[in-house]
Design a protein around this ligand. Structure first.
Ligand SMILES: *Cc1c(COP(=O)(O)O)cnc(C)c1O
Length: 386
């Protein structure tokens, strides 16, 4: 029995070992064996983000949006000035969350497909004082990769704390949280972390914790309040029982397996594999004569590819692609939604997944009436991988 490969920008294909952890009998959340698994997952999350022992990880039941909510609810107070680096749909969501918690948003917005450079951010920050800067590492709606290292350096120079939405980047794109000075790096389980949807993950710096401790008003969200969660995370890491709200036990067990698999491969190897496979996909897409949403491959993500439809093709062709073996996603950015589609290639993605996706796109395009010579994308991808 074959099923099409799920190659959207999350959820993705998960490893057999991760799925086996999901299928195990659910233990009590205070079972000593589970406490140890949770503690190990916290330690490993820090390692995957390349953060030191004084950085605090949180594993929460919820999606990536909950992780965003958690960062903002705890770090933003009414009247705080927040610079939102805008590279697409999810940067807009971050701006909405900041406003919901009383922050004053300045949006430094790039046109779809463009990025914001550290120089542009430096110029924008010079005009006023900002408590916080938010950055989307990879905006899933445009496939744009931001220069988190450069942007963070500029933001820190200006005295701001930095929150990075790494939902479509963590455990795939190069990220060195401590070296780069990122105060909050956050993600969700179902993207490159490689676990079914349902966990929001954050790691916060000592400076973020200090800022949170210095708040003058209570956190405006009950569930997101780090005041409840910090003691729980500390307890699990110390291998002690504790309870605030029931953790997503099977998801945490699956997370522990996936983080181990990622660390066994090694972070440098993980980053390199994503670059290599992404280059192969992009070469294949170009060989079929399709453009891409990012205006320059120097700022294109390595976790997904956003090809533009050729003349005469629209989202209806994706059903042919599915029949040919790969489930891909349509456009998401409201301004260009009907102009492009998205191929996710993150997490435990392999060379054969990438070949399957390209072969399915070739065949799908032909069935939709666009002339592609059979094998051109595959040949270009193979040449890239050789
Ligand atoms: C998917 C995604 C989110 C939202 O995550 P959910 O789990 O759907 O809530 C936020 N930011 C980025 C960059 C994403 O790719």
């Amino acid at each position: 029995m074959t099923r099409p490969r799920l190659m959207i920008p999350g959820p993705i294909e998960f490893t057999d070992e991760v799925m086996a952890a999901m299928a195990r009998p659910t233990p009590s959340h205070v079972d000593p064996a589970f406490i140890d698994i949770f503690g190990q997952a916290l330690e490993d999350l820090r390692k995957v983000f390349l953060a030191g022992p004084d950085y605090q990880p949180f594993i929460l039941a919820g999606s990536g949006t909950l992780a965003m909510d958690s960062a903002v609810a705890n770090l933003v107070e009414t009247g705080d000035r927040v610079m939102v680096v805008g590279t697409g749909y999810f940067s807009q969501r971050m701006a909405d969350i900041v406003r919901r918690y009383g922050g004053e948003v300045t949006l430094l917005d790039a046109p779809p497909g463009e990025t914001i450079t550290p120089e542009q951010l430096r110029g924008a920050l010079a005009r006023d004082a900002y408590e916080l800067v938010t950055i989307t590492h990879v905006d899933t709606s445009t496939g744009v990769l931001t220069d988190v290292r450069g942007l963070t350096a500029v933001a820190k120079d200006a005295g701001a704390l930095v929150i990075v939405d790494g939902v479509c980047a963590a455990a795939a794109e190069e990220m060195r949280q401590e070296d780069w000075g990122v105060d909050v790096y956050l993600t969700a389980s179902q993207k490159a972390i490689g676990v079914p949807p349902g966990l929001g993950l954050l790691v916060i710096s000592p400076m973020a914790k200090t800022r949170w401790l210095g708040r003058t008003h209570p956190v405006g969200s009950y569930y997101s309040d780090w005041g409840y969660w910090l003691p729980i995370m500390e307890a699990y890491e110390a291998r002690k029982a504790s309870y605030f709200a029931t953790p997503a036990v099977n998801l945490v067990m699956a997370l522990a397996v996936s983080l181990r698999q990622i660390l066994d491969e090694g972070m440098e190897n993980v980053f390199e594999r994503h670059v290599r496979l992404s280059n192969a996909v992009k070469a294949g897409v170009a060989a079929m004569g399709l453009g891409q949403v990012p205006t320059d491959m120097a700022h294109a993500a390595h976790t997904l590819t956003c090809p533009r439809y050729p003349e005469g093709i629209d989202a209806s062709f994706l059903k042919f692609v599915r029949e040919e073996g790969a489930i891909l996603a349509g456009g998401l950015h409201p301004a260009i939604k009907g102009e492009y589609f998205r191929i996710g290639h993150m997490g435990a993605v392999s060379r054969s997944d990438v070949m399957t996706a390209l072969a399915a796109v070739e065949a799908g395009l032909r069935r939709a009436g666009y002339a592609v010579e059979p094998g051109v994308a595959l040949a270009a991808a193979q040449a890239e991988l050789a």
